[in-house]
Write a protein that binds this ligand. Structure first.
Ligand code: URA
Length: 215
């Protein structure tokens, strides 16, 4: 059955808002048509008391199959960069703006399709509920989709990348590149440069995590 254009995940939100209950409720979400093409809802993952939340765009092919965020090539690169920046991935809550994989077929492959404004709007109540449940002190938006969903459509990662920006969502909020963008670099040199920039942004996050003034 087609979803109503005004439909959002809000009607699926359970009265109990702990992560386990939210994850279970999200598994049956039909707020946008992506539930028809994705294998399963890919909810966020990580400790409920995480100080740092990383927000990506949407699960990829590997995440769609595994049912967990950031476990494919971009996730593995993210893990290595977090480690290089001195951030323990096990203490990070990792999630996405959109919780179903959007894809288009190309031969036998499923190619990433960018979520549209309606799909993002429909899914946002899950991310808001995750933020409420985890209440992270530091939020990092990975890429433009996450940054614009959380910081407004006029936010430009190209202009404010790596800066902490004032936002009601958390005391410390930063947007940086998406690890997939690092993987898409055309040659080894630019991959190395972009990876170094990404790790430098994560190091700023690591500094804030250990700062005693973090509220
Ligand atoms: N890209 C994302 O934005 N999220 C994932 O979980 C995987 C790849």
């Amino acid at each position: 059955m087609a979803s109503e254009p005004s439909d959002t995940a809000r009607r699926h939100l359970p009265p109990e808002r702990d992560l386990r209950t939210l994850r279970s409720a999200a598994s049956g979400c039909t707020a946008c048509p992506l539930h028809l093409s994705g294998t399963q809802t890919v909810f966020g993952d990580g400790p409920a008391d995480a100080v740092l939340m990383l927000v990506g765009e949407q699960p990829g092919d590997a995440e769609d199959v595994a049912g967990e965020p950031f476990v494919g090539p971009a996730g593995k690169l993210l893990d290595r960069c977090l480690e290089a920046a001195g951030i323990d991935r096990r203490r990070v809550y990792v999630t996405n703006v959109v919780k179903h994989f959007k894809w288009v077929p190309r031969g036998k492959r499923r190619i990433h399709g960018k979520p549209n404004a309606r799909e993002i709007r429909a899914c946002l109540p899950w991310l808001e509920a995750e933020m409420e449940a985890v209440s992270p002190r530091v939020v990092v938006c990975l890429g433009a989709t996450a940054a614009q969903a959380l910081l407004g459509s006029s936010f430009r990662v190209s202009r404010q990348r790596g800066e902490f920006v004032a936002s009601p969502i958390a005391p410390y909020v930063m947007a940086t590149a998406h690890p997939s963008a690092l993987l898409r670099q055309p040659d080894e040199d630019s991959r190395r440069v972009e990876r170094a920039r990404f790790i430098a942004d994560l190091r700023k996050v690591a500094e804030v995590l250990v700062r005693p003034d973090v509220p």
